[in-house]
Design a protein. Sequence first.
Length: 185
Amino acid sequence: MARTRQQKEESRQAIVRTAAKLFREKGFDRVTVAEVMEGAGLTHGGFPRHFASKDDLVTAALADVFESNAREPLLPSADLAAFVRGYLHPDHRDAPGAGCVFAALGPEMARAPAATRRLLTEAIDQQIAAFAVHMPGEDSDARRREAIAVWSTAIGALLLSRISDSPGLSDEILAAGRSVADRLG
């Protein structure tokens, strides 16, 4: 019985990780459950054993991304200037499936179900708090506002750089966004 539970958990993790990558690459609406299951090496018929709906999978996939990043951050959050430089790097721009869910899925997430929005709100608040600790400012409110401004600028620059079909403009947007890091130190 323990092996069966372990297999079920391994299958669930494969589904969640596959979904997280595909959602960031293509968006929620352009990814089917069948595609996720195939990518995880499982049959479509097994999906209901793991999730009640695609919305539940979306929430689980996002939660897994946030938990994974908390355990092993892709970019340093203690050094905000280094974070911005890494975040606004062409490698990050060109790999949405492994990058920031906010830049990859922001407009879609704004229309997500309540449970997903609650998870996202908590993740946003936690990230702002983590950045605020390292911001200059006279008081905690000022540091929080500055953290919000820096992170919002980075997300916006990454999003615009991905939208542009001009490599030159895309690189220019990233460089302009990275100038924020220069002001941070």
